[in-house]
Design a protein around this ligand. Structure first.
Ligand SMILES: Nc1nc2c(ncn2[C@@H]2O[C@H](COP(=O)(O)OP(=O)(O)OP(=O)(O)O)[C@@H](O)[C@H]2O)c(=O)[nH]1
Length: 393
């Protein structure tokens, strides 16, 4: 039997990390059932695992999970309180959950190593994550991205894209599924295993063939066209066939990056193949994705560092300007003179402008040093001083 644990060691030989498997797929494709099957498979092989449910709208889970988004967010309440539809409420629930991502990672990090207080508890080797059926809500939302990025920054992470094989038999539904998978691959930038599920009802041989043999797909397209499967009139059918044909050519490169397995989540067939595929993808994660993630992280750090340097430079400039403008009046008159004996032209505009400038600089300086609240405080204090001064004049 293939084990994911042996594959999670980094190329540098660092300590083994648990592998995260995130199931993504269209509604009803069988994500939860697949998750249940994986969970049972790992249990049978006595592999310590950690199961997370990120679907706030699921009514009942057929397995026990360690971390359930429903424990921290009440989807129905979110819907009522924010007057949202189902998708909006799922997205808001995910957003709320994402605010706790640090805590989630902390828990996972702790479970990934031996617990000195509980030596009999084995470190987790696999983290299973179930996601909402509304793919776009998870994959294309900011919270979904943050959650996936956070997981991938700590552990090797693989996407399991679940396809309902019975609903991918025609060339057009197959292509829709593949385009979805392609967009997820490029959005998440994580290694992917395509899981053709429900193969107890429909064998996935045709799909595998279409993905490796362009001519086979072309023939299937011709067949669909002859049967007028695209239902087009006035050449509409021809347009669909040629579009699908072009897309298939375009997707050839994408197919070459995928690992494809056939599974029946109900019967439990193909799970070993899936685990082997995950093992391969973890290796890819460590050798290809991880360096790329590190590069992107270093790039972000560099940008942040430059921004900080820029702000510091600006602050230093502000401070030295502040010193100059503040010194000038002190050279000529005392504070008392300044307040009690105005110049003949009264509160000269120049003087007030000068004062305003100084107040602005002081406020900005305070902003740099003290943070936002203090800025408001400092600015209003300066304003107060200014009004007091005008009142005495
Ligand atoms: N025959 C068969 N049915 C399956 C298989 N996997 C899932 N199903 C059925 O497909 C239906 C949907 O399965 P779920 O696991 O709820 O699908 P899901 O993708 O989690 O659904 P959402 O979370 O609502 O998107 C259920 O009736 C399952 O019993 C399978 O391998 N074979």
């Amino acid at each position: 039997m293939a084990s994911t644990s042996e594959s999670s060691a980094s190329p540098q030989g660092q300590a083994e990390k648990p592998v995260v498997i995130v199931t993504v797929g269209m509604a009803g494709s069988g994500k939860t059932t697949f998750m249940q099957r994986l969970n049972a498979h790992l249990f049978q092989n006595q592999e310590p695992r950690y199961v997370m449910n990120l679907d706030p709208a699921v009514a009942k889970l057929p397995f026990q999970c360690n971390l359930d988004i429903r424990d921290s967010v009440n989807y129905k309440k979110v819907m009522e309180e924010h007057r949202l539809g189902p998708n909006g409420a799922i997205m808001t629930s995910l957003n709320l959950f994402t605010t706790k991502v640090d805590q989630v990672l902390n828990i996972l990090e702790k479970r990934a190593v031996p617990d000195p207080e509980n030596p009999s508890r084995k470190p987790v080797k696999t983290i299973l994550v179930d996601t909402p059926g509304q793919i776009e809500v998870f994959v294309w939302s900011a919270s979904g991205t943050i959650l996936l990025d956070s997981l991938a920054s700590s552990f090797p992470t693989v996407i399991a894209y679940i396809v309902d094989t019975t609903r991918a038999c025609s060339t057009s539904t197959f292509m829709s599924n593949m385009l979805y998978a392609c967009s997820i691959l490029y959005k998440t930038k994580l290694p992917m295993v395509v899981v053709f599920n429900k193969t107890d009802i429909q064998d996935a041989g045709f799909a595998k063939e279409w993905m490796t043999d362009y001519e086979a797909f072309r023939e299937a397209l011709d067949g669909d066209e002859n049967k007028n499967a695209f239902g087009g009139q006035d050449g509409g059918s021809g347009y669909m066939a040629s579009l699908l044909n072009s897309m298939s050519l375009m997707l050839e490169e994408f197919y070459s990056h995928l690992k494809v397995v056939s599974v029946s989540s109900v019967k439990g067939t193909g799970i070993d193949d899936f685990m082997d595929a995950v093992k391969e993808k973890v290796h890819e994660f460590n050798t290809v994705y991880q360096p790329e993630l590190d590069r992107r992280r270093a790039e972000r750090e560099e940008i942040k560092k430059k921004q900080r340097e820029k702000e510091l430079e600006k602050m230093m400039r502000d401070m030295s300007m502040d010193g100059l403008t503040a010194a000038a009046p002190e050279e000529n008159k005392s504070d008392d003179e300044d307040v009690q004996e105005p110049t003949p032209d009264g509160d000269s505009d120049d003087e007030i402008d000068d004062e305003n400038d100084r107040e602005g600089l002081q406020a900005r300086y305070a902003a740099s040093l003290l943070g936002k609240d203090s800025v408001t405080e400092e600015a209003s204090f300066a304003k107060y001083l200014h009004s007091q001064r005008n009142a005495t004049q």
